[in-house]
Unconditional design. Structure first.
Lengths: 117, 114
């Protein structure tokens, strides 16, 4: 079964450094998302992306964050200057369709555990 | 702001018994999803519920949706150890034609004991 793949599985970075998290969504999916989960807490929405532009972003997704689809397969999340509180599991997700009456779930990757030192 | 609440947050279940867990949400929605997460793993989609009265079953799990009460239930029949995991419900706001975020509850951690 096709799946969302994320790399790396674990990233350790010094505070203030830039980090890029990579995702390959399922190939026929059109909608892409990033979520994060701080250890032991709920999953929080960061950003959604469709047709090469951001559709929606949360308050967490400030100027330090950016997303890009540099080619036909990859979807990346960049954090420009990492902070300690950015430590979390970051999940990429994709879906075929969405919105009202969408019968398709968002499919999640295995996540990248980001540790900021 | 959409709020999603799940309760209880932790449930210790005895093998072979039946249990029900709940998901409440605060505003009108037409999409509710249940996901399972094993420790350190990703979120696996279990059910998509789209309409009032929708009921879906997979193995020992049955999910239902009452949009009027803004409530979804996940019923577990004859719990087995393999069902030990954290179960999240997630709700999407009505937004025809556009992609929209999911708002997750805090999750319910189920632990099945012999």
């Amino acid at each position: 079964e096709p799946e969302v793949t994320q790399t790396p599985s674990h990233q350790v970075t010094q505070m203030g450094q830039e980090v890029i998290l990579r995702c390959v969504p399922i190939s026929n999916h059109l909608y892409f998302y990033w979520y994060r989960q701080i250890l032991g807490q709920k999953v929080e929405f960061l950003v959604s992306f469709y047709n090469n532009e951001i559709s929606e972003k949360s308050e967490i997704f400030d100027d330090q964050f950016s997303v890009e689809r540099p080619d036909g397969s990859n979807f990346t999340l960049k954090i420009r200057s990492t902070k300690l509180e950015d430590s979390a599991m970051y999940f990429c997700a994709s879906s075929v369709n969405t919105g009202s009456y969408s019968n398709q779930p968002q499919h999640f990757g295995d996540g990248t555990r980001l540790s900021i030192l | 702001e959409l709020k999603v609440e799940q309760n209880p947050l932790f449930l210790s279940m005895q093998e072979g018994k039946n249990y029900t867990i709940y998901c409440n949400y605060s505003t009108t929605s037409d999409r509710l999803y249940w996901y399972r997460q094993d420790p350190g793993k990703s979120l696996e989609s279990l059910f998509v519920l789209l309409s009032n009265g929708a009921v879906k079953q997979e193995g020992r799990l049955m999910a239902s949706l009452d949009t009027k009460a803004r409530l979804s239930t996940l019923h577990i029949t004859a719990a087995v150890h393999d069902l030990s995991a954290t179960y999240f419900c997630a709700v999407g706001l009505p937004d025809p034609g556009a992609n929209s975020k999911l708002t997750f509850g805090k999750g319910i951690t189920l632990s099945v004991r012999p």
